[in-house]
Design a protein around this ligand. Structure first.
Ligand code: RRO
Length: 314
């Protein structure tokens, strides 16, 4: 491999040695899992979405793989935000990469409380505010409600000291992209991450004639191969609609260097890996990184800025 190829990137003012890192969700809930990400080739460590208090999450089975991806209804199992805030010190001491905390309060008030409480924690590089958890019964996704999104971002930027980005649900209609982009452009966001799982899909087992996960009568968020075209569309649309200073982070259907290449071509400044990380473990970051470097080398691209967003129309 040509050492002149770099897959480094910059998000929220911080350098990531690789543009590939984990999606919030799989294998990023415990200190051991976060250390494994630190030791791996992942370009950043992103924690599981945190709530104000520790949560057990939904009943099992709550995550199932299919040949084309995954369905989950985890229901935000996590150790509570103070645990992930405390890990920041260990991350800073041991690893030369950003530590990003995902925050997903059960109310606007909880989000404000957590973001306020994190101020002053210099070892947290940035916050990814999750506006798109599809799996908590009775809690709609804020990202599907433009006025709620505007409301929470107004409040967040009154208190946030860290760079803040948002994790968005997938959108499917052009006016919805435009309405969201107009709101997002009104705030000093560092990044948007597109996409969270495609909410409330249904995978069934025809032999058993049943659903495959227990919560919500089998409904859950879909990830993996299934969602790549939707993820690429969301990355592309927001890349074209958002102000230049808001980076787009791609997430959805990435299991190879070519998938990452496609996300970057659509405009992604970094690429997260979810379902494939769950399947393969931390080795996926080095493998996908090598594959991406090989593609770049073959095409004569020395860094990701040389092709980021340069998708051609016919
Ligand atoms: O924990 C979950 O059920 C979950 C979350 Br917070 C999320 O943002 N996306 C997802 O697919 N599952």
């Amino acid at each position: 491999m040509s050492s002149s190829v770099s897959i480094e990137t910059k998000i929220a003012g911080a350098v990531l040695p690789s543009c590939l890192y984990n999606a919030s969700g799989p294998l990023c809930s415990t200190e051991d899992e976060l250390h494994a990400l630190g030791k791996s080739a992942a370009g950043a460590i992103l924690s599981k979405s945190a709530t104000r208090e520790k949560r057990q999450g939904n009943e099992e089975p709550r995550y199932v793989e299919t040949p084309w991806g995954s369905i989950n209804s985890m229901g935000l199992p996590n150790e509570g935000y103070e645990y992930y805030a405390a890990f920041a010190e260990q991350a800073a001491a041991a690893y030369d990469k950003p530590y990003i905390m995902s925050v997903s309060g059960l109310s606007h008030e909880d989000n404000i409380h957590m973001i306020k409480a994190l101020s002053g924690n210099k070892n947290v590089t940035a916050i990814e505010l999750n506006l798109s958890c599809p799996n908590v019964p009775g809690k709609p996704q804020t990202g599907y409600d433009p006025e709620q999104t505007r409301y929470i971002l107004d409040k967040v930027f009154e208190v946030a000291e860290h760079p803040v980005g948002v994790k968005l649900p997938p959108y499917f209609d052009i006016p919805h992209f435009e309405a969201m982009a107009e709101i997002l452009n009104a705030f000093p966001l560092s990044f948007v991450t597109c996409i969270n799982s495609v909410g409330n899909g249904l995978v069934i087992d025809p032999d058993r004639e049943s659903v495959v996960i227990k919560p919500k009568s089998g409904f859950g968020g879909i990830g993996g191969d299934f969602v790549k075209p939707t993820a690429l569309a969301n990355v592309r649309k927001f890349y074209t609609l958002l102000d230049e200073q808001i980076a787009v982070i791609g997430c959805g259907g990435v299991k190879s260097g070519m998938d990452a290449f496609e996300h970057i071509l659509c405009g992604a400044s970094a690429v997260q890996v979810g379902t494939q990380y769950m399947r393969e473990g931390t080795n996926c970051f080095a493998r996908i990184g090598r594959e991406l470097e090989e593609i770049m080398s073959r095409k004569g691209y020395k860094d990701i800025g040389s092709f980021k967003g340069r998708l051609k129309d016919l």
